[in-house]
Design a protein around this ligand. Structure first.
Ligand SMILES: [Zn+2]
Length: 303
């Protein structure tokens, strides 16, 4: 609401509005629309249609005002409906909710069909909105569910179906990447497994990423490093814990960035991420700066 008000203020004068139309400024969409006397059509400022002459252009505060003046909506930019970016954000959010709540994970074809897009188009829109493919999002959700189920003391078979894998074979094939170890090692507190971990700070608080040679086994968010470390020790009391080798730190830092930039339901730890949208992006910047791998120090604090 505040953004909409700011946008309207930035395009208050005729000169500002015309400059926005010349630039095809997407930031002006929603702040006003312009109509062309010679065609009888009105558009969003960002419309890709051929530019009209300034003398034929009239500005209106919104679509309703343009229609009252007798203009009809452009079929290309649809100034009387939700913008394309807004439509895409909505349908990706809907697809994520579908994935999060599905008993059996949907495939790309059914997600695309629900969204009313071709598979190719849906894949592209999803990746542009979330920065990851639908397949990667589904894998992350499966990992979250499998970890939760195993942590609650459920059987490996329960975890398989709870995670939406559908069959044992697919679960075992994917479990190393999803859990960082076999399901039985995971349930057994990381028995015989070496875990490397790092703790960083971001605007959400502290973040701990732990991994084995096979994959990430825990991503924890919390108030401070010592609590996170205790949490890791509770989860994997039998594992050998080590701080990460230098060559891997860059990759771990990028995992942290992914977590901070992820939508609320997709944090790989399965815990709610309080940041979203713009707040999440600023969290990304601060996490990059603060990612210092203070693992040894944190361990001594925990004791
Ligand atoms: Zn248009």
């Amino acid at each position: 609401m505040e953004n909409a008000t700011n946008a309207t203020a930035a395009f208050a004068t005729q000169a500002q509005r015309w400059a926005a139309v010349v630039r095809r400024a997407g930031s002006a969409d929603g702040a006003f629309c312009y109509a062309v006397r010679t065609t009888g059509v009105y558009c969003r400022p960002s419309c890709g249609a051929r530019r009209a002459l300034r003398k034929n252009v009239r500005f209106f505060d919104d679509a309703a005002a343009a229609e009252r003046a007798g203009f009809r909506a452009c079929k290309r930019c649809r100034p009387n409906g939700a913008g394309v970016a807004q439509q895409h954000a909505l349908l990706v959010a809907r697809a994520c909710r579908l994935i999060d709540s599905a008993a059996t994970m949907p495939d790309l074809a059914s997600l695309a069909q629900t969204a009313g897009l071709s598979r190719f188009h849906f894949h592209r829109v999803f990746k542009r909105q979330l920065g990851m493919t639908p397949k990667a999002y589904i894998s992350a959700q499966r990992a979250v569910r499998a970890r939760d189920q195993l942590r609650r003391g459920g059987s490996v078979t329960d975890a398989i179906y709870e995670a939406g894998f559908g069959s044992n074979g697919r679960f075992y094939a994917g479990s190393a990447a999803a859990l960082g170890m076999t399901p039985s090692s995971y349930r057994g507190g990381g028995d015989g497994v070496a875990i490397r971990f790092a703790i960083g700070a971001c605007s959400l608080g502290s973040i701990l990423v732990a991994a084995t040679d096979k994959g990430i086994c825990a991503i924890l968010l919390g108030d401070d490093a010592a609590t996170l470390l205790r949490d890791l020790e509770d989860r994997f009391p039998k594992a050998r814990r080590r701080s990460p080798v230098w060559s891997r730190r860059r990759r771990w830092a990028s995992t942290c960035r992914w977590i901070c930039a992820a939508p609320p339901s997709s944090t790989a730890s399965g815990r709610r991420c309080a940041a979203s949208g713009r707040a999440a992006r600023s969290a990304t910047a601060s996490s990059r700066a603060a990612w210092a791998f203070p693992a040894r120090r944190a361990r001594s604090q925990a004791r």
